[in-house]
Design a protein around this ligand. Structure first.
Ligand SMILES: Cc1cc2nc3c(=O)[nH]c(=O)nc-3n(C[C@H](O)[C@H](O)[C@H](O)COP(=O)(O)OP(=O)(O)OC[C@H]3O[C@@H](n4cnc5c(N)ncnc54)[C@H](O)[C@@H]3O)c2cc1C
Ligand code: SF4
Length: 507
């Protein structure tokens, strides 16, 4: 593993391998693990730093500065500005994510086969074989009672009292101590992110990972991708060297559904369909705060340990979210003395989120000031969000909350009974009234059989450029309605196996 500090003073770093992968997150690290296992020589370029090179600090600001994209300030433009949260470090977003593991719902898979021309392309039985292996290698298991914490338990209690089903979340952790720090990067290495699993495994197998090295364009010779050019980050005021990573066999883009289409566009790919960067889909979500007389101490417990997919068919999912105060404070409504009072309540607050399987389509492209993401929830999506918020308020009172903060403009900031939630039914479907974020992203280089209606062929190779493959959630025809990491890993795994020409062994 090399980063910008290791190449200071050089003009160019030149390397060659069978496969060059851009991105070391869920998709890139998994592909590297499979390809190295199959005996291929692999290079990985990662724009962000290796978080293991610095002592981890637990505050959110330091974590965001070092490991989140744009300090966590990247936002989609629409009627409202919606934060688009992503990791930017070795291990990608898996380093800062909540460790929630889900398999792709069968109903989504059936729709991909029946409505999006992918019949037989990603066989469900194949994916199940891969999920079983991922479960084993990433230590996936339901959150145990001893690290659940009150934030998760109260969600369980409230749902149970209302007869709504829920479950302890299946998480990719080993020896979790319930520090509720997953979004800052696990301080003990318990979370089995790509940073501590498949990246080191690939390196041990001979992969060269270049951190702090941004890929800027795919190299092309004739009608074939032959590598990637990029540049290392500056050090001490000196410009970082250029990177030239040549690929004997293939280039794999795994830079996420936001950055992969940018690389495709910068490399001149996708003009035929016009779909590069189009059709961005997401699971926008918002949080509700429930305040209890008894202590909740949300800083203890699995960051995300309890969830409900009871209303999956209605396009919503609930989950507990343990957050540090500096993050949670964004959802505390008051300012001045009221704000101070609310901060004082932190020990008594539980935070739960609703995420929506939205129908909206956005886009990604280059604007005047860099990456430009556009996204607007449809009115229909906003109705689902509104209903989800209402239901979470009900769960709060069912769990015994003294008051609930719905976080919707036009509704009282703190309500003490459901009657006070009446204005929620009357507010217009306007995204500016909600505090949404987007963290699950899909569909910006969609897979399909025809070059005029898709960017990537069922082989994962782009229709327009031989040797160039896309293996992240950019290829997904739709969103999932559940947390995507495991599905992304399985699709990248399948793509890598096909490229290698053989099945990967499980460890
Ligand atoms: C706060 C948060 C919590 C989440 N919690 C969960 C959860 O609990 N469960 C779940 O299933 N999902 C969760 N997700 C989503 C999940 O982590 C992502 O969907 C998944 O990691 C995406 O995988 P990816 O490989 O496409 O992208 P990433 O994991 O984001 O990796 C892409 C990598 O590519 C790098 N890159 C980008 N452009 C370039 C370039 N030009 N050159 C070099 N490198 C580049 C990036 O720096 C990044 O490291 C969460 C997301 C967030 C933001
Ligand atoms: S809850 Fe804490 S100990 Fe457990 S995986 Fe997350 S950060 Fe690590």
């Amino acid at each position: 593993m090399l980063d910008a500090g290791d190449v200071v003073g050089r003009d160019v770093v030149d390397d060659v391998a069978d496969v060059v992968i851009v991105g070391s997150g869920a998709a890139g690290a998994t592909a590297a693990r499979v390809l190295v296992d199959a005996g291929l020589d692999v290079i990985v370029l990662e724009e962000g730093p290796d978080p293991r090179r610095h002592a981890l600090r637990s505050d959110m600001y330091t974590s965001m500065k070092r490991t989140w994209r744009g300090l966590g300030m990247q936002a989609a433009e629409g009627r409202a500005f919606t934060p688009v949260l992503q990791g930017r470090c070795v291990g990608g977003t898996t380093f800062v994510n909540g460790a929630i593991i889900h398999r792709m719902p069968e109903v989504v898979h059936r729709a991909w086969e029946a409505e999006h021309g992918l019949a037989g392309v990603l066989p469900y039985a194949e994916l199940e074989r891969i999920w079983d292996t991922l479960d084993r290698e990433l230590s996936v298991a339901p959150a145990p009672e001893e690290v659940l914490g009150e934030n998760n338990r109260l969600l369980r209690e409230g749902l149970h009292r209302l007869g709504v089903t829920g479950n302890e979340i299946r998480r990719n952790v080993r020896g979790c101590r319930g520090s509720a720090h997953c979004n800052q990067g696990c301080p003990t290495g318990a979370k089995q992110s790509m940073t501590v699993t498949y990246v080191p495994r690939a390196v041990a197998g001979g992969a060269r990972v270049y951190a702090e090295c941004e890929a800027t364009r795919v190299m092309v010779s004739g009608a074939r991708a032959t590598g990637v050019v990029g540049r290392f980050a500056s050090r001490g005021g000196a410009r970082g060297p250029a990177m030239r990573a040549r690929a004997r066999r293939a280039v794999l883009l795994a830079a996420s559904a936001i950055q992969t289409p940018l690389l495709l566009a910068a490399s001149g790919v996708g003009r035929r369909s016009g779909l590069v960067g189009a059709r961005l889909q997401a699971h926008p979500g918002a949080g509700v705060v429930a305040v209890f007389d008894r202590p909740v101490r949300p800083w203890f417990g699995a960051t995300q340990g309890y969830e409900s997919t009871h209303y999956y068919a209605e396009r919503m999912k609930f989950e507990a979210v343990g957050m540090p105060l500096e993050f949670a404070a964004a959802r505390f409504p008051g300012v001045g003395p009221a704000g101070m009072r609310e901060l004082g309540e932190h020990a008594h607050t539980a935070i739960w989120g609703v995420q929506v399987r939205a129908r909206a389509h956005g886009s990604v492209g280059r604007g005047l000031f860099g990456t430009r993401v556009r996204y607007d929830m449809t009115d229909d999506d906003l109705q689902v969000l509104r209903l989800g918020i209402r239901r979470l308020c009900e769960v709060g009172f069912a769990a015994g909350a003294r008051e609930v903060w719905p976080g919707v403009h036009g509704v009282p900031e703190a309500i003490r009974s459901l009657d006070e939630l009446a204005p929620l039914e009357r507010i217009p479907p306007d995204p500016r009234r909600f505090h949404c974020i987007m963290a699950h992203l899909f569909g910006t280089a969609v897979m399909g059989r025809h070059a005029s209606t898709s960017v990537v062929a069922p082989s994962f190779e782009t229709h327009e450029l031989a040797g160039l493959h896309v293996v992240d959630s950019s290829v997904f025809p739709t969103n999932l309605g559940v947390n995507p990491q495991h599905t992304i890993c399985s699709i990248a795994w399948l793509a890598a196996e096909r490229l290698a020409g053989r099945r990967a062994h499980a460890s």
